[in-house]
Design a protein around this ligand. Structure first.
Ligand code: FAD
Ligand code: FES
Length: 336
């Protein structure tokens, strides 16, 4: 039996075991979302009419008090009747529909310590915004994991992902760094997430600072290239924080961007090699504080491990960046 979910004037059908967020996004109806795994709380909605099953909603993301007050995580909740929900953040507007596509592994490349580049050829083009992510399904397990898109929106037929090895990881150590081979088919679901630039006609063209930790560089490449295609003179500072020089990658691409775009600066920062004479050392968020006196009027883009993202938010606020201009993508591990 299926029900309907309504936000504003948009009503969508929702299967019995289909998360509410999935139903909205597949119908091309925007709902705020970030992790799609119950860990961030971005998709919280108020159920003003009807009933939902909270399913696997973690208690620290959706508390008992919030449940009692009628809140739900759209990425986890299943409908138990027709529902009407309210939420913030432009819910109800049109968006690129969420889809499942077959892809063929075109390339697997070791690009840095414990880091792989995957290139996946799609069976048909996928519409997305640069900075969003896709989910890969680990064959035979049903396990799904999120990986950010490196591409710009025009590069819609071959997706590029950067994947960091996690010891014991179901998707990484046991699949992407183990059996996965060129020519194999993988299932891709996307696009997902809210980590993307405003449309060109709403983009204020102001200075940007982007800080990525490890493979958190991935979506920042697509964002920076998109912003520079709109205005090659735009001021963009891209910090890449890694433990050591062996973790750096795509230095040639960064050098090319810096050569062709006078406002673009790439700043690699090593946290665990204090003696480096080639690169700056410490944390990228501290380097930003040293380099920039005021970020009033700037936008900030943070991606990677949650502690780095939290430090970045604090650093941006210390430099007077408006909270609404701060964007973040946390690489939070899947809830256990
Ligand atoms: P799991 O089987 O999920 O974890 C194995 C064990 O390791 C568990 O105990 C788990 O808690 C722990 N663990 C998992 N991750 C970490 C970690 N980072 N540090 C310490 N312990 C950990 N990863 C990328 O490499 N590139 C990306 O572009 C990328 N994009 C993401 C986008 C989003 C929105 C999110 C939420 C995550 C993203 N991630 C990305 C992380 C990725 O989705 C997986 O969580 C990661 O690859 C580990 O998956 P796994 O199945 O190998 O490990
Ligand atoms: Fe639902 Fe993160 S908790 S998108």
């Amino acid at each position: 039996m299926s029900f309907t979910a309504t936000v504003g004037r948009r009503e969508v059908p929702c299967g019995q075991d289909q998360p509410m967020l999935d139903a909205f996004l597949r119908a091309g109806v925007w709902m705020p979302n970030s992790c799609n795994q119950g860990t961030c709380g971005t998709c919280k909605v108020r159920v003003v009419d009807g009933a939902v099953d909270h399913r696997d909603s973690p208690a620290d993301t959706l508390t008992d008090d919030e449940r009692a007050a009628g809140l739900a995580l759209a990425c986890q909740a299943r409908l138990r009747s027709n529902v009407v929900v309210e939420t913030a953040g432009g819910a109800g507007r049109a968006t690129h529909p969420l889809r499942d596509l077959a892809a063929t592994v075109r390339e697997i490349q070791d690009i840095a310590r414990d880091t792989r580049r995957l290139r996946l050829g799609l069976s048909e083009p996928l519409a997305f915004h640069a900075g969003q992510y896709v989910e890969l399904t680990v064959p035979g397990t049903g396990v799904r994991r999120q990986y950010s898109l490196v591409n710009t929106a025009e590069e819609d037929k071959v997706l590029e992902l950067h994947v960091r090895l996690v010891p014991g990881g179901a998707a990484t150590e046991q699949w992407i760094f183990a059996g996965l081979a060129v020519g194999e088919q993988v299932q891709v679901t996307g696009p997902l997430g809210d980590f993307f630039l405003p449309p060109a006609d709403e983009d204020d063209g102001g200075p940007m600072v982007l800080i990525g930790g490890g493979t958190g560089l991935a979506p920042l490449i697509g964002l920076a290239r998109t912003a520079l295609s709109r205005d090659p003179a735009r001021e963009i500072r891209l910090y890449h924080g890694v433990r050591g020089a062996a973790d750096l990658y795509d230095l040639d691409l960064m050098a090319e961007l810096a050569d062709s775009c006078p406002g673009f600066t790439f700043l690699p920062v090593l946290s665990h090699e204090p003696e480096s004479s080639t690169y700056r050392t410490g944390f990228p968020t501290d380097c930003f504080l040293e380099d920039v006196r005021s970020a009033r009027g700037w936008s900030g883009w943070l991606c990677g491990p949650p502690p780095m993202v939290d430090a970045g938010v604090k650093a941006f606020k210390r430099r007077r960046m408006a909270p609404r201009m701060i964007h973040r993508e946390n690489f939070t591990p899947a809830a256990t």
